[in-house]
Ligand binder design. Structure first.
Ligand code: CP3
Length: 381
C-alpha cells in the first residue's frame, strides 16, 4: 500500500504537536531553526547516532539482545531513545531503530551483524528479486507506532525525529548484500539496467515513505532521510538515478507539515540537489564549512552539522574552538541545527558530548548573533 493511501492518513494523530505555541514540541528551538524561524535564545543541538553504542547505559540495556530484536521492543526503544536526552539535554530525540527495520518488516531476510553492519541473506540482483519487496503496510511495524506514541508523552516539549534510509542507501545494502567500499554492483545495475534500478528504487521509496509516515502519524515532529552513501555518486548520476526517488519519499511526507532533513556523507557536490529534492534542512558533513554549504544549497534552507566526529578525541580547548567555528560559519545560513558531520563514533566519550551540548546551548546564540552582524556589515542580508 502506498503511503498516500487513505489508510495511512487515518492513523495520523500528530496534528496538535505542530502547534506553534504551548508546551509541546511546537515551541521547540529545534523546530524553529528548521523552519528558519530563528532563534534568538539558542542554537539547537542533537547528535546523529546519539542513541547507541557510545553510552554505557545503552550497552547495559542492550546486553544479550540482538540489534534488530531490540528495535521491536517498545519499552526498550523508548528507554534507549530517552537515554541521550536525559544525559545531555539535547534539543531533539532521534527514534531508536535502524534504516533496515522496514525492510525486515516486509520480509527481507537480513541481519545486522555487530561490527559489520547490515547483511542480506539473498542479495537483490534481478527483476525476479523484486517479488521479495512488497509495500510496507501500517500493521507491519506496530512496535514503531507503540514506541513513538509512548515517547511523545515521555518527551513532552522535546521533539522526536523520525527517520528512514533513502532509496540509494537501502538499495546499496540490498544489491551488494552488505556494506561496500565502492558500490560496484549497485552502480553497475544503475547504469546497465536502468529500468530494473528505477523499479527497485520506486519500491524502496514507498517503503521509506511508509516508515516515515508511521512515525509522524504516531507523533514524531520532524523526519530525517539518511542517504548516507549517496556521496559516492557523481552529480549527474545522482540527478538521474537517485534524486527522483528521494524526492518521491520527501514529497509523500510533505503534507504532514513536519520539517524534512536530508543527509548524506561526502555530498559536498550534491548539496543543492539534496535540498531541491524536497528538504527543509540539509545535513552537511565536515568537508565544507557551513557558510559555503549554505551558499551552495540556497538561502531558503536551514543547514545541519557539521563538527568532524574524528575531532571528538582532541583536547577540549581545541575542540571547543572548532565547535565555535561551526557556530560562526552556520550563522551564514538562515537556520542552523548543530550536529556532527556524521554519527557519534562508538568510542566517543559521553563527557565530551555533554560539554559540546552545554557550549552550543550557552554560547550559540551570541556567536551566531555576532557573526550575523559581521555578515550584515559586509553584505546586507
Ligand atoms: O541515531 C540514533 O542514535 C538512532 C538510531 C539509529 C541506528 N541506526 C541504530 C543503530 C539510526 C538513525 C541508524 C541509521 C542507520 N543505520 C544508517 C544511517 C546513519 C549513518 O550512520 O549514516 C545506516 C547506514 C545504518 C545501517 C547500520 N546499522 C550500520 C552501518 C550499523 C553499524 C554496524 C556496526 O556495528 O558497526 C548498524 C547497526 C546499528 N544501528 C547500531 C545502532 C545503535 C549498532 C548496533 C549495536 O549496538 O549492536
Amino acid at each position: 500500500m502506498a503511503p498516500s493511501d487513505p489508510s495511512w492518513q487515518q492513523t495520523e494523530t500528530r496534528v496538535e504537536t505542530a502547534s506553534p505555541s504551548g508546551s509541546g514540541p511546537g515551541a521547540s528551538v529545534f523546530l524553529a531553526a528548521c523552519r528558519l524561524d530563528h532563534l534568538d535564545e539558542r542554537v539547537p543541538v542533537w547528535f546523529m547516532r546519539q542513541a547507541g553504542r557510545s553510552l554505557p547505559e545503552y550497552r547495559a540495556v542492550r546486553d544479550g539482545i540482538p540489534m534488530l530484536t531490540s528495535c521491536t521492543q517498545p519499552d526498550l526503544v523508548t528507554e534507549i531513545t530517552l537515554q541521550p536526552v536525559r544525559r545531555y539535554g539535547v534539543d531533539a530525540a532521534i527514534f531508536y531503530s535502524d534504516i533496515m527495520v522496514p525492510l525486515k518488516a516486509v520480509g527481507v531476510d537480513l541481519d545486522i551483524v555487530p561490527g559489520v553492519g547490515p547483511v542480506i541473506a539473498q542479495p537483490f540482483r534481478t527483476a525476479a528479486d523484486l517479488d521479495r519487496l512488497r509495500a510496507l503496510e501500517p500493521g507491519d511495524v506496530p512496535y514503531v507506532t507503540e514506541a513513538v506514541s509512548h515517547l511523545v508523552t515521555e518527551l513532552g516539549p522535546v521533539p522526536l525525529i523520525g527517520f528512514a534510509g533513502a532509496p540509494f542507501t537501502l538499495a546499496s545494502y540490498l544489491v551488494e548484500g552488505g556494506p561496500s567500499k565502492d558500490y560496484a554492483r549497485t552502480k553497475s545495475m544503475m547504469v546497465s539496467e536502468p529500468q530494473l534500478w528505477h523499479r527497485l528504487c520506486s519500491r524502496l521509496a514507498e517503503i521509506s515513505a511508509g516508515f516515515l509516515w508511521a512515525q509522524v502519524a504516531a507523533g514524531a515532529s520532524a523526519v530525517q532521510l539518511f542517504d548516507s552513501w549517496a556521496g559516492s555518486l557523481s552529480a549527474a548520476d545522482y540527478g538521474q538515478f537517485v534524486q527522483p526517488h528521494s524526492a518521491a519519499v520527501l514529497e509523500r511526507v510533505g503534507d504532514l507539515e513536519v520539517p524534512r532533513i536530508h543527509f548524506g556523507v561526502g555530498t559536498s557536490e550534491l548539496l543543492a540537489q539534496m535540498g531541491a529534492a524536497g528538504a527543509d534542512v540539509v545535513g552537511v558533513d565536515w568537508r565544507l564549512p557551513l557558510a559555503e554549504a549554505s551558499r551552495r544549497i540556497g538561502p531558503t534552507y536551514a543547514v545541519q552539522g557539521n563538527l568532524d566526529p574524528a575531532l571528538l578525541s582532541a583536547p577540549w580547548p581545541v575542540l571547543a574552538e572548532r565547535v565555535r567555528e561551526v557556530l560562526r560559519s552556520g550563522a551564514a545560513a538562515p537556520g542552523h541545527v548543530f550536529n556532527l558531520g556524521h554519527g557519534v563514533p562508538p568510542t566517543a566519550d559521553p563527557e565530551v558530548l555533554g560539554r559540546i551540548v552545554s557550549l552550543v546551548q550557552s554560547e550559540g546564540a551570541t556567536l551566531r548573533g555576532e557573526a550575523r552582524l559581521l555578515l550584515e556589515e559586509a553584505v546586507p542580508l
